[in-house]
Write a protein that binds this ligand. Structure first.
Ligand SMILES: [Zn+2]
Length: 438
């Protein structure tokens, strides 16, 4: 990446949008399972923005946003409210979007990355999604199913100085959303979208902690790979402009994955262009300290906490822990704990559950039976090796005779091992072992 940047340093922040998996849309009763639906079949006067229709906030979406806030070390605001954000675009039915500007639900969080560096979260707020436009044969078609879907937006500070950290962070947010059952966060279905904002500065500016006078936001990226590619080609573009002595324009751009370039969209608005004001149809939300305490209690054990517990309580290997803390492996952790409580070796059990699919569906009893059987043969192999080593050590002269070419002595050694193991050893395997160990 230093090649890409030349003498410049990267300043990168992320906005991550995630559909909250509620039953209904954000401010109306429409069914929120829109993903395979015919266009415009999940709409009503409220999400179409018809005159006189009133929004009613979806509490499930509020609570799930607060859960993500707690899981990312945010402060939950006791006073929060919705605001209107105005702009004109065909996919916005009311001419404004109900979002949160001042007093978002969550603020000032962080996630610790694997490098030990800290990704700072500025805020997590809740809003309604816009509709989806489709451009076809010179016409624009609009599907309002997506309009009014509950959408949480997580905004980081411009805290990333390399792409890998940013990608890792975005993946951690996705995993957390899944883990907490806040969203399936399937990027192909548009349930999660990433918007990196990018600018470059000199090493001197970095030293003085001075931000560049512009930033470029890349809209609606729907895969981690595209995010990485988009940031890289934006670095190259901005560096080209900076090296001619100019400053890149503050704007929104889109990523064209076919050409691997970013393309200018509209010039980026400042907050005052949106004419934010408090949404008059929704009263402010006030949360008591007691309420926040109660939500905290509902928070399950988080992946990072689980990782520590798996390491300290069961001494699992790092690679095992890495797999087990994934949201899709929740059931395996439960099984592991159950089996470990029956005095089975947790490392061996984790190994079987992760690597041998046939073990996953066994009942606890059947698992223990199979486990003991496997271990017996394992133990036998160990015992046999010990016996062979013992006989070889006790018969060094005979071993020397073999080494001098007298192969018939092998049978004598085999006989000795058979006697040692009281006839239990398998002669073929024993003979093989003798030849290996001699
Ligand atoms: Zn509706």
């Amino acid at each position: 990446m230093t090649d890409l940047l030349g003498n410049y340093k990267l300043v990168l922040g992320l906005e991550i949008h995630i559909h909250v998996n509620t039953k209904q849309k954000m401010f109306c009763g429409c069914d929120a399972n829109i993903y395979d639906a015919e266009p415009n079949t999940h709409t009503c006067p409220t999400c179409l923005g018809l005159p006189g229709a009133l929004p009613v906030p979806n509490y499930e979406a509020v609570k799930k946003t607060q859960l993500l806030g707690l899981a990312t070390d945010c402060q939950l605001n006791t006073n929060s409210k919705f605001d209107r954000k105005h702009y004109f675009y065909p996919d916005l039915s009311k001419g404004y979007q109900i979002s949160q500007y001042k007093e978002p639900l969550c603020e000032h969080g962080k996630i610790v990355l694997s490098s030990g560096r800290i990704a700072e979260i500025e805020r997590i707020h809740l809003e309604e999604d816009t509709a989806k436009s489709k451009h076809e044969n010179g016409k624009t078609l609009i599907d309002f199913n997506k309009g009014g879907m509950p959408l949480m937006e997580l905004v980081t500070t411009p805290c990333f100085s390399n792409i890998d950290d940013a990608v890792e962070f975005a993946k951690m947010v996705r995993d957390l959303a899944r883990y907490l059952n806040i969203s399936e966060a399937d990027m192909e279905k548009g349930q999660m979208r990433i918007e990196p904002n990018i600018s470059l500065r000199t090493a001197e500016m970095e030293r003085l902690d001075e931000l560049p006078p512009y930033k470029v936001e890349i809209k609606n990226i729907n895969s981690f790979r595209f995010m990485e590619k988009a940031v890289k080609c934006e670095i190259v573009r901005q560096r080209g402009i900076l090296e001619t002595g100019l400053t890149p324009e503050q704007q929104n751009r889109g990523y064209d994955e076919n050409k691997n370039v970013t393309v200018a969209q509209r010039s980026k608005e400042e907050a005052h262009d949106y004419r934010y004001f408090p949404e008059p149809d929704i009263p402010p939300m006030i949360f008591s300290e007691q309420y926040i305490e109660d939500i905290k209690k509902q928070l399950p054990e988080l992946p990072a906490e689980l990782a520590v517990r798996l390491a300290t309580k069961y001494q699992l290997k790092e690679t095992q822990i890495f797999e087990l803390i994934k949201s899709e492996n929740k059931d395996l952790v439960q099984k592991l704990e159950e089996l470990a409580s029956h005095n089975l070796d947790p490392v061996k059990v984790a190994n079987l559950l992760l690597n041998k699919l046939e073990y996953r569906n066994l009942s606890t009893e059947a698992f223990i039976q199979q486990y003991n059987k496997d271990n017996e043969t394992m133990d036998d192999a160990d015992m046999l090796t010990q016996a062979v080593k013992k006989i070889l050590a006790a018969n060094t002269e005979i071993v020397d005779q073999y080494k001098n070419g007298k192969e018939s002595v092998l049978n004598f050694l085999l006989g000795q091992v058979m006697r040692e193991t009281k006839g239990k050893a398998n002669p073929e395997i024993t003979m093989q072992l003798i030849k290996e160990l001699i």
